[in-house]
Design a protein. Structure first.
Length: 159
């Protein structure tokens, strides 16, 4: 049963769904958005009633052409409101790409995607190419990677 009091004023918080992918050399896949300084992980906001792992997979495909369905969570990063709404960013494990998969990455044209391109970056170089908060998020996710958390939907593992 829905209680109308709970739905009267829902919280305003963006849910960011990001994917951490590596190449066989351990470098991290980053994309270069034209709307902000620095590189970022592939991903974006979830739509209303869209599960976070499906949002991550949707954005990953739209931004790189890769079809991956994340099943494990690496990190949760809350960012208080500043220039944007407060946001909760979920970093999913996209695994390791083969050299063949990495070579097939296709970033859509800038006028359609707002992306300038992509690149693989050695984890030691992340602070040089990302904002401090973005680099810290990726560093923590890389540290957590061996101890992934399963993704659950209504108490069941996501397929």
């Amino acid at each position: 049963m829905r209680d109308p009091r709970l739905l009267a004023k829902p919280p305003v918080c963006r849910l960011g769904c990001l994917v951490l992918l590596r190449d066989p050399r351990g470098r991290v896949l980053l994309i270069d958005p034209d709307f902000m300084d620095g590189l970022i992980l592939p991903g974006g906001s979830a739509r209303a009633n869209e599960s976070p792992h499906e949002a991550a997979a949707r954005h990953l495909h739209a931004e790189t052409g890769l079809n991956r369905r994340p099943t494990h969570l690496l990190a949760v990063d809350f960012t208080p409101a500043d220039r944007y709404l407060e946001r909760l960013n979920l970093v999913f494990d996209g695994g390791t790409l083969s050299d063949h998969e990495a070579a097939r990455i296709t970033v859509p044209p800038q006028h359609r995607s707002g992306l300038l391109g992509h690149r693989f970056v050695d984890p030691r170089r992340l602070p040089a190419v990302m904002s401090p908060a973005q680099a810290a998020r990726v560093r923590e996710a890389l540290t957590t990677a061996p101890h992934r958390f399963p993704l659950l939907l209504h108490g069941q593992r996501a397929a």
